[in-house]
Design a protein around this ligand. Sequence first.
Ligand SMILES: C[S@@+](CC[C@H](N)C(=O)[O-])C[C@H]1O[C@@H](n2cnc3c(N)ncnc32)[C@H](O)[C@@H]1O
Length: 344
Amino acid sequence: MLYHIRFYKVPTISIDSKKDLVLKSVITITNDLGDKFFFGNVNLKVDIGVGLNPILLSWTSGMQSCNLNIPIPKRTKSISVNVIAEISSLDDVLEENPQFLRLKTLPFKLPSGTCERVSIRYDLLHPPATQSNNGSESIDRSTDKLARPQLTIAEEAGSNNLARHVWDAGLATCQWLVDNRTVSQRKLLGSPRTIVELGTGCGLVGLALSKLFIDSKVILTDLEDANEICNRNIQLNIAQTNKRKRDVHNVAFQVFDWDSDETPVEKDKIDLVVVTDCTYNPSSYDSLLKALSIVTRTGTKILLAHKYRDPDEEEFFKRLTFKKLLDTTVDYYSQSVRLLVMEA
Ligand SMILES: C[S@@+](CC[C@H](N)C(=O)[O-])C[C@H]1O[C@@H](n2cnc3c(N)ncnc32)[C@H](O)[C@@H]1O
């Protein structure tokens, strides 16, 4: 099972009685949905990037959160928080092969700065290393950097809000997109003029597509609730791209509620529709199926991915009437994600 190391409380900088700066926060280790905490013992290694030895915290079975209290050396100008998990003994592991996504923030300035609630970094197309059971890092793709444009996705700390977190099916889809960016992907997905993502959340899959299909226009859609985080992620990634002097400002956010009857873009222009991790709630199936019919016409491709969470989800897939071009399982950090490419 994949666990996300996340902030439970947004980090703050305070001044202690000796007038020294202290970083305070609360960390948690959960699944993507946030309803299951890691049930085992693990050491958390916290590094704030100022050249000191990392601080070690112990996470023990049954915990739901863990306090962080780190003194910051004088004259430090900026810090970034980087937390990885290390399992010291297999006796500590109460389930098979747990994997941990590290937590890494963008740097933030001192003394007055706070780590904004949306500044956590997942380098998706250059995935963060996970740790295997013995604590060693198992993936190093640094040599692959050129082939994997970097993508930074911010998510909200401590929120249970569905739209403002990164989800496993989205992560796996990004991985699949990068791993299959050769001829087969182009053949399956074509050269879409316009790509629309439904229920984009933080925008991760749409942003990945905007980097892989730089000649396409990508419209990220969701409820108003996702507007702020999604636009922040667009800004984060456009800024990165512009630094490299490549203007690929081909992505925008638009509110689109599946219950609405109006398409976010003229459907004649939409060549690819993407939906990841949006089928966990059977009560929204009617709306989602209606939204899919609104944004597709004959020939539109649909990329749909979901993590197996509940057998009831099969109901949704039975109701899909599209022609299937690919129905495959993607393994990402020991997660099984089903990925379908279809044509309307
Ligand atoms: C579990 S999240 C998945 C987010 C993203 N696709 C990912 O894989 O990381 C489901 C998303 O569907 C969106 N959603 C739920 N109901 C919706 C509706 N009626 N109209 C538009 N979006 C909706 C939520 O706001 C949320 O962002």
